[in-house]
Design a protein around this ligand. Structure first.
Ligand code: F6R
Length: 243
C-alpha cells in the first residue's frame, strides 16, 4: 500500500489526476474505472485541464463506473450517468459509447447486474479504479455487511448513506434507497486502485479501513489486500491515523 498524505483537497485532486494521466500516457487504449460523489470532482477537473493543454487524449479510452441509483434515468441531474457527462465526458474527446454506467432504470436489475459483470470482463483489465469512501467505510455502494458481495448487485443503502447523499437532492425530496453497484471482486480486479479521502468526516472510516481488521463490516478494509493500492488523503482524512 502506498500512502500519500497531502495538505488539502486540491493537492489530492492534482496527484490523483497525475497518476490517472500517466496510465493514459502509458496505454492510450486503457480502461479507467471511475467513481462519482464530491471526492473525485477535482480530479476530473484536473484531467480536463490536461486534455485542454494537449497532454492527454481520451479518444480511445474506455470507462466503467462503479454504480448508479436504482430508479433514476440518465437525464436525471442526480443520476451518476448525468454526473459523469457533466463532470468529465462532455469536456473531453471521449467517445461516449465507450463510457459505461449501470442502468438504474433497467427493467430487470438482475439481468442488468449480469450484463454489467460481463462488460467488466470484456473491458478488463481495468487499468486503474478510482474510489471514494463512505463515512461508514463503503466503496462503490457496498455497504457494511456480514459478507463481501463479489459481483455487481443491487444494494439497499444504509440510513447513513442516504443521509450523506441527501445533499444532492432537494429538501424533502425522496432520496433513492437502492443502488446497483460493482461488487468487491469486480473492484479488486483492477490493476491499480486509487482511494481518495478528504475531510474530517472520513477520518474514522480511513483508520478502520487501513489499520483495522479486514472485515465486511468495513468494506474498504478489503483494499489492504490489493497488490497495488494507492491511498491519497488530506491531513483531516488522516487525522485519526499515526502517519
Ligand atoms: C460513488 C461511490 C461512493 C462514493 C462515497 C463517497 O460512485 O461509489 O462510494 O465514493 O459515497 O462519496 P463522496 O465523495 O460524495 O463523499
Amino acid at each position: 500500500m502506498k500512502i500519500i498524505k497531502v495538505k488539502n483537497y486540491d493537492e489530492m485532486s492534482k496527484i490523483a489526476a497525475n497518476i490517472i494521466a500517466s496510465k493514459i500516457i502509458l496505454d492510450d487504449h486503457c480502461t479507467l474505472g471511475l467513481a462519482t460523489g464530491s471526492t473525485p470532482i477535482g480530479t476530473y477537473q484536473n484531467l480536463i485541464k490536461k486534455y485542454q493543454n494537449g497532454d492527454i487524449s481520451f479518444k480511445n479510452i474506455k470507462t466503467i463506473n462503479l454504480d448508479e441509483y436504482v430508479g433514476l434515468n440518465e437525464e436525471d441531474t442526480r443520476s451518476y450517468r448525468y454526473f459523469m457527462n457533466d463532470n468529465l465526458f462532455n469536456h473531453v474527446d471521449i467517445d461516449k459509447s465507450n463510457t459505461h454506467v449501470p442502468k438504474g432504470m433497467a427493467q430487470d436489475m438482475e439481468q442488468e447486474s449480469e450484463r454489467y459483470n460481463r462488460l467488466i470482463e470484456d473491458l478488463s483489465p481495468v487499468s486503474v479504479q478510482l474510489l471514494g469512501i463512505g463515512e461508514n467505510g463503503h466503496i462503490g455502494f457496498n455497504e457494511p455487511n456480514d459478507y463481501f458481495p463479489l459481483k455487481t448487485h443491487v444494494e439497499k443503502l444504509t440510513d447513513s448513506t442516504i443521509k450523506a447523499n441527501q445533499r444532492f437532492f432537494e429538501k424533502g425530496e425522496h432520496t433513492p434507497e437502492f443502488a446497483i453497484t460493482m461488487g468487491i471482486e469486480n473492484i479488486m480486479s483492477a490493476q491499480t486502485v486509487i482511494i481518495l479521502a478528504s475531510g474530517i468526516k472520513k477520518a474514522q472510516a480511513m483508520r478502520d479501513s487501513l489499520q483495522g481488521k479486514v472485515m465486511p463490516n468495513v468494506p474498504a478494509s478489503i483494499l489492504q489486500l490489493h497488490k497495488d493500492l494507492i491511498v491519497i488523503g488530506d491531513e483531516d482524512a488522516f487525522s485519526m491515523m499515526d502517519i
